[in-house]
Design a protein around this ligand. Structure first.
Ligand code: SAM
Length: 212
């Protein structure tokens, strides 16, 4: 994601009704925040939020939480929400390393990772959102029936992720190297901003679904 600092973005987020201002206070209190006990699905590294907002519109009985590290990026999602408000979505500006401070055991039903940063240097492998270190965080917040869904066009990152699923002791429920030509896994696919861009360039989209 190309980053341009937008002056005032932090202040805009701090005053926004869809942003959780004190994320650590949300742990164990998500039912109160949404005002219902519907399942909670999260996207980590949601960028400008196109994917999550489409899901939220299509699935009003699921609550969605978008997590994004950078305020300048998150601000774009918040601007879209002003145009088309949705009750079943909230956002948090934070680093996903702190996931377990914000969600309690079993509070999350599904985790989406879309076109996550590849962190190409080996010494940065544990920063990849599909590293075994992140899978152990996901294990701490996911419900027993929960799953992680990961999409990317980066074949190297995808190979790494397949290995990490096994190393973390998770199982693969689905794998494809060409999502857009895979009738079984591609049905009902909702495209992200990056997915639209990379598939328009002819890159095949890889996807895996993993559970414990
Ligand atoms: N998911 C979007 C899509 O597919 O269009 C955006 C993909 S973009 C390449 C990756 C996004 O993940 C960026 O907005 C980046 O700031 C965010 N990100 C990367 N590492 C993160 C982390 N540890 N915690 C939260 N967000 C992160």
């Amino acid at each position: 994601m190309r980053l341009r600092n937008i002056p005032g973005s932090r202040e805009a987020i701090a005053a926004n009704r869809w942003c959780i201002q004190e994320p650590e206070g949300a742990k164990g209190a998500w039912k109160d925040i949404f005002g219902n006990g519907n399942p909670i699905h999260i996207e980590i590294g949601m960028g400008k939020g196109q994917f999550l907002m489409r899901l939220a519109r299509e699935n009003p009985h699921i609550n969605y939480v978008g997590i994004e590290k950078y305020s300048s990026v998150l601000l774009r999602a918040l601007q879209k929400m002003e145009e088309c408000p949705l009750d079943n979505i909230r956002f948090i500006r934070m680093d996903a390393e702190d996931l377990c401070l914000v969600f309690g055991q079993g509070e999350v039903g599904r985790i989406y990772l879309n076109f996550s940063d590849p962190w190409p240097k080996d010494r940065h492998a544990k920063r990849r959102l599909t590293s075994r270190q992140f899978f152990s965080r996901y294990q701490m917040v996911l419900a027993g029936s929960g799953a992680v869904e990961f999409k990317t066009d980066n074949a190297g990152l995808f190979d790494f992720s397949l290995e990490e699923v096994g190393a973390a002791g998770w199982r693969l429920d689905g794998v494809t190297r060409d999502l857009h030509h895979d009738p079984a896994m591609g049905g009902g696919n909702v495209m992200t901003e990056y997915e639209e861009r990379f598939s328009a360039m002819g890159n095949p989209i890889h996807k895996l679904i993993a559970s414990r």
